[in-house]
Structures are given as structure tokens and as C-alpha cells.
Design a protein around this ligand. Sequence first.
Ligand code: GLU
Length: 377
Amino acid sequence: MNTQPALLVVKVGTSTLTDGQTGRLRLGVMADLAQTLCLICETGWRVVLVSSGAIGVGAQRLGLKARPTDLATKQAAAAVGQGLLMSWYEQFFRANSRTIAQVLLTRGDLAQRNRYLNAQRTLQALLDLGVVPIINENDTVAVNELTFGDNDTLSALVANLLSARLLVLLTDVAGFYSANPRLDPEARLIEEVDMVSPALRQLAGGRGSNWGTGGMSTKLEAAFIATHSGIPTVITDGSQPRALLDLIQGKSVGTRFKAQPQGTSSRKRWIAHGLVPRGKLFLDPGAIRAITQHHKSLLPAGITALEGEFQDGDLVCLCDQGGREWGRGLVNYTSLDLQRILGKQTREIPLLLDEPEPPTTVVHRDNLIVLAIEPTE
Ligand code: GLU
């Protein structure tokens, strides 16, 4: 039985924290959010806040006309804005007698198992001390291929890292709608989602659609990661932070994504979501069945094609032949070697690679995680 106190991870986006016109911080919303989170702490929950806003606030302070688009200016704006953001949080939390801590993470911090465990221990220590950690991506030093990209993903990874009881994504719409509520008067709020399905992904409009600042699709991906780590996820309107109190009492607010049944270990969840995939393997239906239904490892014979350049030990996405991802795993071959052996029988491999004892599997089942999307065959 889980004896740890319940942990709530709340993510708040730039669109909630700042005024769209002026870019200024909405101090009233911030104060309300801080007070609500402190009240939640007093009920016995622990709280982690993942807050965006550094780049927007920094740009505003620097007198820039618009949010910067080039990397160096963005990183400079983040360096200016992060301090400002924290100074306001410090005031608002202090008014409620609660200590906060700034934690800045890069993708690299979670992509190596030892650094991941270290981040976990530090955050745990802060929570044990009664502190509310306020996390953002370390935008100033994050390099391109090692960014989370958006704080929705970061918050889901943090929720997973700390085995949160609930993840809440605060945004500028009331939840997940059947269509874009800004364009379609028929759009209906979906109150409960059983599973982040491909159809739902399509509804979110793919990456880059822009309902809120981060877009609904990144929120859906965050919900996917969290619910597949056994953590229910709620998307709701951030302008009324008090609603968080209703949420932790189990009331229905916004859109709730149900947690998926959990059979996977924390190491496998780290494999699936902490690491950055370096390539894709496309599998035939027989191999997909062997893995998903009979828990087999992946052999070369079941692979029809591959994409990307990777080394042995890297994370790869496992896709069906239509390109839909249904699993992930650590690969035992480089992409160059795998290219030469895909579709072949295991006994042919030593000769093909001129290696007497090549790895017996391409992805061993201990390093493979099924993400529970039904593959299309
Ligand atoms: N880390 C960015 C910031 O603080 C925000 C990323 C996001 O909007 O999700 O400005």
C-alpha cells in the first residue's frame, strides 16, 4: 500500500499567468494560485508547481515588442524573467507562510538514469521539508535537441518522477473540447476521457495547433504520459485557481483523463518517457502480436523498416506499418547494423554481421514498454 502523502502536480502556462495584450503578469491570478496551493498543503497534500512564464515576462521587462523567436534572445529573456517570476511567487507564498524552492531542469537531467534519480531525491527532500518546489525548464542553458519543448511534457515527467496522485494542467480554456471552442459554437466540453486514443489526438489538431499558448496537443501528450504512469490528469481553466480545491475533493472540474492500469515498473516508465527517442522501428503485425499479447522480445525478423540513426542502448519508438507508435524500447543494435539484418532470421545474423555472438534480441522484453495504444494492423 502507498503510504506516501498524496502529491498534486499543477502546471500553469504563460497564457494564464500573463495578460495576452501587454505581456504583464496577472498578479491577482498568481496570488490566488499561491493561496490555493497553500490551502491544499494544509489539507495534507504535497504540492509541486510547474510554472511557465519566464520568457514572456523577461521579454516584457526588456521592452521587446513581441516574444523573441531566436534561441539566444529567448534564452536571455528567460534568464531575466525567471528571477522576476520567482520574486513574485516568493512574496505570494510567503504571505501564506509557505517556503518555495526554484528547480530548473533540462531534458538531459531526466535522460540519464543517475541524474533522474538524483532529481527525484532532491525533490523528495524538498517535499519532506514542507517546501513547494516551483519547476521550470532551464531555458537559459537548454540546448535544442535536449529540451522538453513545453512545460506540459515537463509536468507529466515530473508527475511520473514523483508518482503524483494527480496532475492538473491549468490553461486558458475550460478543458478539452470536441472541437475548437473559439471557432465552433457547437464545441462541447468533454468531462471524462477513458484513454488518450488516436481519434482524440486527431481532435486536438496535431502538434502546433494553438488553442492555448502551448496548444491542446501538447496537453494531450502530457495526459498520455501521466495516465500511462497511472496518474489521472485534469485540464482546466487557470483563471479560477480555487477550483483546485474542488478537484482534490474529487469534484468534477474541466476534463478528467482516467489513469491507465499500471503494470509497469518505474524503470520502464523512465525508459518510455524520460529518454529521448532516437529512431523508429516499423514492425509487422505478427511481431506486434508476439510482443503485446505474448510478452516476447523483438527479433530482427519482425522488423520491416527503420528510421533514424541510433547507437545500441538508445531509445527507439516501436511503430506499426502505418507509422503509429505503440511502444518504446532500448535497442541492442546500431541503426547501421540493424539495416543489414531487418527481416532476417536470427540464425542468419552472425554471418550477415560477421560477428560470432551478436545480441539475441533487437529489443529485450525487459527493456520494452507497450504504451497501450491499439496498433492498427
Ligand atoms: N519554459 C518556458 C517559459 O518559462 C515556457 C514553456 C511553455 O510555454 O510550455 O517561458
